[in-house]
Ligand binder design. Sequence first.
Ligand code: GLU
Length: 366
Amino acid sequence: MPGRFAPTPSGRMHIGNIYAMLGAWLSARSRGDDMLLRIEDIDEPRVVPGAAELMMDDLHWLGLDWDGDPVFQSARHDLYREALHCLENLTIDDAYDSPFDERNDHTPAVGSAANNAIAGTTPLIYPCFCSRADIRAASAPQEGDRFVMYPGTCRRALAEHPRQVEQRLANGDRHSLRIAMPVAGDARAVVTVHDRVFGNCRFDLPRDLGDTVVRRADGLFAYQLVVTVDDLLMGVDDIVRGRDLLRSAALQLYIRERLLDAGFGDSSDGGVAAAHRDIRFAHLPLIDNAAGRRLSKRERSLDMGTLRKHGVTAHQVIGYCAWLLGLQQEPEPCAAADLLHGFSWDALAADSQDRSIPDDPFSIGL
Ligand code: GLU
């Protein structure tokens, strides 16, 4: 079953991105599996024109190949819409054997959140009228990943005043859609991510994640929904990426299960056969620069454009990333294919501290 590269085309790739790509490629290819490329360009405001083409060119140059045509999220809105409609048919109270499994007609339930609430059930997907400022003011600060824990304001409003919520929807008030986490004590509330670097990581969904946005107030489908839909439909079962997404893995497993409960993807070939298998995750330590700041695409110094322009070779870049992955003792130049034999996550698992690298690791006079 395949692995995937899933870059966001928001700028030129840097050493930190290449290190994750190399890990993903080695993980899939060392088992003789396919490697898929998905361009995560759903968040249009973040997309930089031409960045996807440069990423593909950089991957070719590095010797990191993939199978088939790249999948562009921007061409998959209909699938995300269908997935969301499936989830909107569920309530949080639905057991694993949801009655919707049989019905499976994917009918969008207009205003279903308010209707469910009026009927006394908690909808799995509900509208949230809170602004970011509202949420920040009401939430405890979180660790440095992408989560701001939602305090549940609109979930409570829906339970207590469903008709007001219905009225706000009818008025066209701006809102996002959130997925409700199970309540504490529900068997679905605790999810264990089996990670080859960080071991078995247990997350309590209501306590560690909270209700999360699946469609943003600007109408765009959110990362957590689209990535789950795509991995499911593409049959991906090997996911390698930065450890800032470790907590997201628990949420994505939860969304995946709910999509399967709702019968989503039943007609797709291959995807759902894979869906019931365990997903192999490897979340990687993050890479900081010498000043301790996480490498970002905004920092040009270690990006592929700069490195290639200064004559750094593909083998130097791969060798450096292999060293970051713990696959060689020194950052010696090598080809990606040289690393396939005997590839393992063991060294990284034994030392999973975030890494920091100097500002000019290839001594090109930056
Ligand atoms: N597109 C995401 C990123 O570039 C990665 C998402 C994922 O691997 O799940 O950060």
